[in-house]
Ligand binder design. Structure first.
Ligand code: UDP
Length: 260
């Protein structure tokens, strides 16, 4: 899937969406190569909500398929890869990736820009990153708005700060559309939609305990804390239904071919 020349990434198709089932070190290695490149790159972090939305939203589907790297963010996507594709995939979430990417950016002298989230949250997340990663250069921290009226000003800020890494926290799919619309005017930078990660980094929202995350139940924790998410989380049972239906159809076709 990757339109990148010279980088061959393993690709799997999960219900019509291409993902790169890479481990955290392999994701960082890929991002390192993007940072060495003079072109902008878009990274998406795929979960079940992405997949369900992409099936009914052609524009979102195009954004995902044009991205340079699609990490496995959601536990249902990882489970599907593991049990239906036989790929030993593990989640690489935006929130886990950010400190490691910040470390890489500091080593490569690449300034990082934090865009989005509520008032003051990007600044608090940036401060936290600076405390975790000495030597990290922050190119800018700005909540702004994903409204198209603000885009030109925000892109100018990002270019002015010579940002090489752009973290966008406007929630999916808004953040991914924002990056896709503006990628070519950001300069040579790696842009990632990171959802609620700044809220976690800033300590505004607590993250699910690690045992719940290991059990694949982070979604349940988020639902209990923010019941208003119930509508978007309807995507989860729908994803399971589609995945099971896919397997059944595949098996029926196999039996048919073998007996035919
Ligand atoms: N957000 C924002 N502007 C908007 C809509 C959302 O800054 O117009 C931020 C919001 O404050 C939060 C993040 O986007 O920090 C979305 O987090 P959510 O938990 O919805 O994202 P997910 O991790 O589920 O993709």
């Amino acid at each position: 899937m990757s339109p990148l020349i010279g980088i061959e990434l393993p690709v799997r198709n999960v219900l019509g969406v291409s993902v790169h089932p890479l481990s955290m070190p392999a994701v960082l290695q890929t991002l390192d190569r993007f940072l060495a490149d003079e072109r902008p790159h878009q990274v998406v972090t795929v979960n079940a909500e992405f997949v369900v939305r992409a099936r009914r939203d052609a524009a979102f589907r195009r954004v995902l398929s044009a991205s340079d790297l699609a990490t496995v963010d959601g536990s249902l996507v990882a489970l599907t890869l593991r049990y239906l594709h036989g790929v030993p995939a593990r989640r690489v979430t935006g929130v886990d990736l950010i400190p490691q990417l910040a470390r890489l950016a500091a080593e490569r002298d690449c300034p990082v820009f934090l865009l989005g989230a509520g008032p003051g949250v990007a600044e608090a997340a940036g401060d936290r990153l600076r405390s975790l990663v000495p030597g990290l250069v922050i190119a800018g921290m700005y909540a702004g708005s994903p409204h198209p009226d603000e885009e030109e000003r925000i892109c100018a800020m990002i270019r002015l700060g010579a940002a090489r890494v752009l973290l966008v926290a406007y929630g999916a799919p808004t953040q991914d559309f924002w990056i896709a619309r503006n990628l070519q005017r950001l300069g040579p930078c790696v842009a990632i939609g990171v959802g609620g990660s700044f809220d976690y980094l800033a300590g505004v929202t607590p993250r699910a305990p690690s045992w719940l995350r290991r059990a694949g139940l982070e979604w349940l924790y988020r639902l209990v804390r923010q019941p208003s998410r119930w509508r978007r989380q309807l995507a989860l049972p729908l994803f399971v239904y589609l995945a099971v239906r896919d397997v059944m159809l595949h098996r029926v076709c196999q039996i048919w071919v073998n007996e035919g």
